[in-house]
Design a protein around this ligand. Structure first.
Ligand code: R5P
Length: 330
């Protein structure tokens, strides 16, 4: 009897969904479907994930009220299915983060079977430590907030420091878009390439990329004045970059100061060409000008944020991200 009631309810729901929205959620053999919902900060990755999974794709309806607050509405009634929310958090870091938290909480309290979040760029991740007494460790606060909003699986693209993900306290995956990087850089016919990390924090990126390009890497020492934010790079003595193509790799280009400094020093040391490769291109505070003046030959970033700057090469990492996220459901 109970089974019959359940089947009738499920059937009525399916029929209503079909009649009203003409958009049923494809179900797997266990009777659950995956719904990929793009929030306003998605950078085209939601569609890739839904195509890969044959899942329903929804664009969450959104507007900004006159007083600046965000309004969101899922275009279909919330189902007891697995939801994947996609939201990058730049520009408008605060708004995008809050939208994600509100959407996730809504899904989890209204009966979604699970809520995953895919964040191509996670804002506030750089402050991962209390460097000066009393400083707010924003990376931990933001990750704890995401964890308490009902998100059970988190996917971020190249977070500043992967270890900080433990603050999320649930399943998390850091996606390094290495295949896309390798593919593009391999097509540049680099001569005597050397991968350079601008600081200790970028060592793991340099190590991965240099392995992928079958070359060496070098980590530069960086000193930061914790009050002014000013940075100083110290290159090892006696370096000669004559005939070398340098690839500076970092997670973020924000003001461009870091990679510009490395690039101009590398050129002074005789580097043939200098490429700046980063995962997230924020480009603020005169970054484009700064990078141009540094002698960098090409600036390359992944398309992880909702802002495109002229003169920069953007790599599409949508399929690489979708493949990682898709593994959980396939
Ligand atoms: C800092 O440790 C980060 O990894 C980046 O190097 C930094 O955020 C880049 O910022 P900017 O472009 O302003 O130098």
């Amino acid at each position: 009897m109970e089974v019959l009631a359940y089947l009738t309810k499920a059937c009525v729901k399916e029929c209503l969904q079909l009649l009203i929205f003409n958009n049923p959620v494809p179900k797997n053999y266990r009777g659950y479907g995956v719904i990929v919902a793009s929030l306003p900060g998605d950078v085209g990755i939601g569609e890739r994930i839904s195509n890969l999974l044959g899942a329903q794709h929804q664009e969450v309806i959104h507007k900004v009220f006159p007083d600046g607050e965000s309004y969101l509405r899922f275009p279909h009634p919330i189902e007891s299915d697995d939801y994947v929310l996609v939201q990058s958090t730049y520009p408008e870091q605060n708004r995008r983060l809050l939208e994600l938290v509100m959407a996730a909480k809504t899904l989890s309290v209204r009966g979604a079977r699970s809520v995953s979040a895919v964040i191509p760029y996670l804002a506030y991740a750089r402050q991962d430590k209390e460097f000066l007494p009393g400083e707010v460790v924003s990376a931990e606060v933001v990750l704890e907030l995401l964890g308490s909003s009902g998100i059970s699986d988190l996917y971020v693209v190249d977070i500043h420091k992967p270890a900080v993900l433990k603050a999320f306290r649930r399943r998390s995956t850091n996606i390094m878009p290495l295949n896309s990087f390798k593919k593009y850089m391999s097509g540049l016919n680099l001569r005597n390439p050397l991968v350079v990390a601008p600081d200790e924090g970028a060592r793991h990126r340099a190590s991965l990329l240099s392995k992928a390009l079958s070359t060496d890497y070098l980590v530069i020492k960086k000193f930061r004045d914790r009050y002014t934010g000013k940075i100083l790079h110290s290159f090892p003595e006696g370096l000669d970059f004559g005939g070398v193509d340098v690839v500076v790799i970092d997670d973020i280009i924000s003001t461009g100061g870091t990679v510009a400094d490395i690039a101009s020093k590398a050129k002074d040391l005789g580097a043939e060409r200098v490429f700046a490769l980063a995962t997230h291109g924020i480009f603020v505070d005169g970054a484009v000008e700064r990078l141009r003046n540094s002698g960098i030959d090409e600036v390359i970033v992944a398309k992880t944020v909702g802002r495109v700057v002229e003169g920069v090469t953007y790599l599409d990492v949508g399929d690489e991200v979708a493949n990682v996220v898709g593994r959980r459901f396939l």
